[in-house]
Design a protein around this ligand. Structure first.
Ligand code: N1C
Length: 263
């Protein structure tokens, strides 16, 4: 006809709620428990989904509070073995490839809570149907959006649960520096490690193969991180291009000098 259908007004700048959110979250929950972690068999995935839904539906997506997520956090939490916690910042793809190939380490996305929420999005709307599938607020539109509040809270719990030796994978090719105090790692996780439970922090500083060598273990932002952690009484070891992880990068760059066995 002569009248164009106008695209629905996009209220927010981020992508909207993931289609089929309920099925995706339930499927991931059942997969995590039945196929990967049978020891968590008493978890109630339906209740977990309902507590996630209740945290945000029909709510203003700029007014989410940690209290909204408290029931979900309690239902989904489970023990994490000592010496296995692996934190990261700006290395999301590499770190998750690494934990898939090495069962000795666990990122937040390898716990039930992080596994269910990884790379999906969700937010509410005060009017029916209570879920906004068109758009969700970005962090710079409002801090207290469902995603930011969720990841901050899940990251805080993940850090509080850590014990023994913990590791963090940082990006030595990042332009803004490997350690940023505004990141979730820099603002939430390091301050929620318990010095009575965590003895050492091992930093794995990974540069892209052939990429910019923006920062090494002697770099400025790493020195800032080391002094914050030393002040909190942790023993620190920083390793440039930790070889077990570099070998995974080499899968895509087998002929590069850094990847050859004899140099
Ligand atoms: O802000 P960051 O990194 O330092 O956050 C990463 C840090 C990790 O150690 C995780 O334990 O905080 C935890 N974490 C996640 O696991 C996670 N999965 C997905 C924090 N954020 C996470 N996301 C999304 O990526 C989320 O939307 C958040 O804002 C970004 C953080 O990525 P970053 O800047 O690389």
């Amino acid at each position: 006809g002569r009248h164009e259908v106008s695209p629905k007004m996009l209220k927010w700048k981020d992508r909207g709620t993931t289609k089929n959110l309920q099925e995706v979250v339930l499927g991931r929950c059942y997969n995590y428990i039945t196929a990967q972690h049978p020891e968590l068999g008493d978890k109630d995935c339906l209740k977990i989904w309902e507590s996630l839904k209740d945290a945000f539906i029909y709510k203003n997506p700029c007014n989410i509070t940690p209290e909204d997520y408290q029931p979900l956090m309690e239902l989904a939490s489970h023990p994490i073995p000592c010496n296995k916690s692996l934190f990261w910042s700006r290395t999301g793809d590499l770190v998750h490839r690494y934990t898939k190939s090495n069962q000795n380490f666990l990122t937040l996305e390898d716990t039930l809570l992080g596994y269910m929420a990884d790379r999906i999005s969700w937010c509410g709307d005060p009017s029916a149907p209570g879920i906004n599938y068109e758009s969700c607020p970005k962090r710079n539109e409002c801090e207290s959006n469902p995603g930011s509040v969720f990841w901050k809270m899940a990251s805080k719990m993940f850090a509080e649960a850590a014990c023994g030796v913990v590791q963090v994978m940082l990006n030595g090719s990042a332009e803004a520096g490997a350690f940023r105090s505004s990141s979730i790692f820099g603002s939430v996780e390091i301050f929620n490690l318990d010095p009575d439970k965590v003895s050492e922090v091992h930093i794995w500083l990974m540069q892209d193969i052939g990429g910019p060598q923006s920062e090494s273990c002697s770099g400025h932002s790493i020195q800032r991180l080391v002094s914050i952690l030393e002040e909190r009484n942790f023993k620190i070891i920083c390793e440039d291009n930790y070889r077990p992880v570099q070998l995974l990068q080499c899968v895509h760059n087998p002929d590069h000098a850094d990847c050859r066995l004899c140099t």
